[in-house]
Design a protein around this ligand. Structure first.
Ligand code: HEC
Length: 134
């Protein structure tokens, strides 16, 4: 966790403006591999994570509650009913290009849905999934 933040902070400093989804994936991958030797991101695990009902919040049961089953589709906030643009960079080029924004939303959404912050491994899997490994 700490190392993910260090890597992301480094990423911000190195790129100043924007990162690519691939940069973010590399950052989380590297952090996760430091915790678990040989870790490889898995889009399949990310997909299962996306639709999993964590049983923490009845309304916000899963990531799919707001982002739909398909990250390439526009979602809708299940509480406020506000539209949410697609998460997949293929459908929304702004996605996964701002490490600070990505960290902010991972923190908020993971805390609400999973009941804790997501690990670097979970984030790597999730980005592998959202960036096209369907
Ligand atoms: C309560 C509704 C809701 C749920 C549930 C939810 N999200 Fe989100 N998510 C949002 C909103 C709102 C935004 C930010 C608005 C925007 O950028 O469109 C967002 C943004 C994000 C982003 C930022 C992407 C970017 O680069 O702009 C990521 C990553 C993300 N969510 C992942 C997740 C994950 C992982 C889960 C499940 C653990 C999850 N979300 C569950 C509402 C939700």
């Amino acid at each position: 966790m700490k190392s993910a933040i260090v890597i992301l902070a480094g990423l911000c400093a190195a790129t100043v403006q924007a990162a690519t989804p691939a940069d973010l994936l590399t950052g989380y991958h590297t952090a996760a591999a430091q915790q678990t030797a040989g870790f490889q991101p898995s889009a399949q695990r990310g997909a299962a994570f996306h639709t999993r009902n964590f049983g923490v919040s009845a309304k916000l049961a899963s990531c799919a509650s707001c982002h739909t089953d398909n990250p390439a589709q526009a979602g809708r906030h299940v509480v406020t009913d506000k539209p949410i643009k697609p998460l997949a960079p293929a459908a929304n080029a702004e996605r996964l290009t701002d490490p600070a924004k990505v960290e902010k939303w991972f923190k908020r959404n993971c805390t609400e849905v999973v009941g804790r912050e997501c690990s670097a491994a979970e984030k790597a899997d999730y980005i592998a999934y959202v960036t096209g490994g369907r």
